[in-house]
Every structure is written in C-alpha cells, then in structure tokens.
Design a protein around this ligand. Structure first.
Ligand SMILES: Nc1nc2c(ncn2[C@@H]2O[C@H](COP(=O)(O)OP(=O)(O)O)[C@@H](O)[C@H]2O)c(=O)[nH]1
Ligand SMILES: [Mg+2]
Length: 314
C-alpha cells in the first residue's frame, strides 16, 4: 500500500519534472506560436507559413514540419478557417502521430538476468543515465547490479561508484585500463550468481579512435553472449539533446556497427530545441525510450509521446 502510494507519488514528481524540464522548449514554441496569432483568430496561408518557421526553429525537422503543415492545410481546406485552439490541436495530434512507439519487448523468463548496455559518445550523460535507470528498476523492486565498463578514464569508475553507493547497489569494477569486455563479463557472471534481475553496464564514450571503440563494444556484446545468447537484451544509446544534428550521426555510426534498440535523450532541460525528438523519430527510426530532464537520479522519464506533446504545450 505504502509502496503503491510511493510509486504514484513518484509518477507525479516525474511528470512535474518533465514539465519543468521542457520549459525552455515550451516557452519558445508556444510563445512564438501565440505571437503568430496575435490579433487574429483564423488561420490563413500566411499564418501557416509563419508556423512552419517556428517549428523549424524548434528543431522539429524538415519532414516532421512538412507533415504538420500538411495536416494544417488539410484542416484549413476542410473547415475554411481555424481558430488558434483548433490549430494547436491539429499540431499536437500530428506530432503524437509522428512518433512511432517502440514495439513491445518480449518478457524475460523468470529468474533471467536482463542485460542493458548503455553506449554513446563522451559527456552525453551515460553514467548519469545508468544511475537513473538503476533508480527506475529499484522502484519496480528489481535487484540491480552495475558494471563499470568505462575503464578508459580513472574518474569514470569513481563517478559510477559514488552513484552506486548512494543507490546502495553492487558494482563490478576493475582497475583503469582493464579490458571492458572482461569487466562486463564478470559483472554478468556475478549478477547471475546473485540472481539479480537486471545488470546495467556503463561504457566508455571515447577511445584512441572510433574504430577502437566500436571494436570494443562489439567484443562486449560478443562475450556477453557466451553467458546468455540473447544478451545484451537492450543496447541503449545516450544522446545529448543540446547537440542538435550531430546526434543523428552518432546514432548512425553506433547502430550500423553494433545495433541499437533505443535512445535515451538527455539534457532536454537545457535546450529550447526539444522538438528534435520528432526529427529523431522521423529520421532514424530508432525509438526514444527515455528522456533525461536533469542531473538527479529521478530526472529520467519513460518517453510517452502523448505526455511529451502535452507537456510541450500546457
Ligand atoms: N541538465 C542535465 N544534465 C545532465 C543530464 N544528464 C547528464 N547530465 C550532466 O552531463 C554531464 C555528463 O554526464 P555523464 O553521465 O558523466 O556523461 P558520460 O560521459 O556520457 O558518462 C554531467 O555533468 C551530468 O550531470 C540531463 O538530463 N540534464
Ligand atoms: Mg561516463
């Protein structure tokens, strides 16, 4: 009962955090859209063009913007004129429709340890996201073990250790320069021996070359399969929403070489260009699974298109 209450309270908090985190994008988007309507109650062709500019400047992306504009044109020709409210409604509905929902994951058999591999370039928020994912699993009463797969920088293991101490979860780590595949392999063996529900592995974002990094991640995936042929069950790429277009190239490189199941889009709280989420879904076809809206462990939310769009406008 208490737990149920806790979870409900947690959901409310998360909702508020998402709304707070999207404030910059919301203010930019809605204020600029409202300005387009200043003194007018109906939409005509000129206004539609101005709306197009606002959407593009929020990084919604060319083809997503085109879809939204087409919906507005269709609605306009059907109804002759549109109020501001009707216009917002068309924009919101089209935005929700643009986002493909991830296909349902097959449930793991009971007693199986789920393996989650967190990848991405340096500084995007991988280690912080690992901590946030741990917290989410804990709220679901899952037992979690963390693997310190970023052995490239000394500070990386310490940063993860600090999080794990705070969250009170076991961590498997070795000295700097250790083979990440060996660390993560050990971590999964240990997680299985301890009957953990989930093992989450942090990884390095930079090596001497990109080829090195990809080879290393490939090796990690390969050795995990020696223990569980289906592992990793999820390879998630972390992207920094404030970096704009470069994020697209990162997904392309990682997904071509190691395969990606989903995206964690971080730092949405730090940008007015949260519209990038539409461009990502549209262009990459890789689902956004979580969004990061702050530096704390509670600042991660499952990405739900409808809630996201509501938060963008309300
Ligand atoms: N504002 C904000 N900062 C974040 C978020 N996620 C991570 N950070 C910060 O980004 C910086 C780099 O994060 P870190 O997890 O070390 O990145 P890594 O190099 O990919 O492991 C840290 O200062 C984090 O606190 C987020 O969603 N919002
Ligand atoms: Mg890190």
């Amino acid at each position: 009962m208490f737990k149920l209450f806790n979870r409900k309270a947690q959901k409310e908090t998360t909702k508020a955090k998402v709304s707070q985190g999207l404030k910059k994008t919301r203010v930019s988007l809605t204020q600029r859209l409202a300005r387009v309507f200043l003194g007018q109650t109906v939409v005509d062709q000129n206004i539609i063009e101005e709306i197009e500019m606002v959407l593009l400047s929020a990084d919604v992306g060319v083809s997503s913007t085109e879809s939204i504009i087409q919906s507005l044109k269709d609605a306009l020709s059907e109804y002759g004129e549109l109020t501001k409210e009707q216009t917002f409604k068309v924009i919101k509905n089209t935005m929700v429709g643009l986002i493909k929902q991830p296909k349902h994951k097959t449930k793991l058999p009971k007693g199986h340890t789920k393996v989650v591999l967190v990848v991405g370039v340096n500084g995007v928020g991988k280690t912080t996201s690992v901590a946030k994912l741990v917290k989410r699993e804990q709220l679901e009463d899952k037992k979690v073990l963390v693997a310190a797969g970023d052995t490239y920088r000394a500070a990386a293991v310490q940063q993860l250790r600090t999080w794990c101490e705070r969250l009170d979860v076991p961590i498997v780590a070795q000295q700097d320069g250790a083979d990440p595949a060996a660390v993560i392999y050990d971590a999964l063996s240990s997680a299985k021996a301890k009957k953990m529900d989930v093992m989450i592995a942090d990884t390095a974002g930079r090596l001497h070359t990109q080829d090195n990094l990809m080879n290393e991640l490939e090796k990690v995936q390969r050795v995990l399969k020696k223990i569980d042929e289906h592992a990793p069950h999820e390879t998630l790429i972390v992207l920094d929403a404030t970096t704009g277009q470069t994020a697209f190239n990162q997904v392309k490189v990682f997904s071509d070489l190691i395969g990606i199941d989903g995206i964690i889009l971080t730092k949405l709280d730090g940008t007015a260009k949260g519209g990038i989420i539409f461009a990502i879904q549209d262009k990459l076809g890789v689902p956004v699974k979580y969004i990061g809206v702050g530096e704390g462990v509670d600042d991660l939310s499952e990405f739900k298109p409808k809630d996201f769009v509501e938060a963008l406008f309300d």
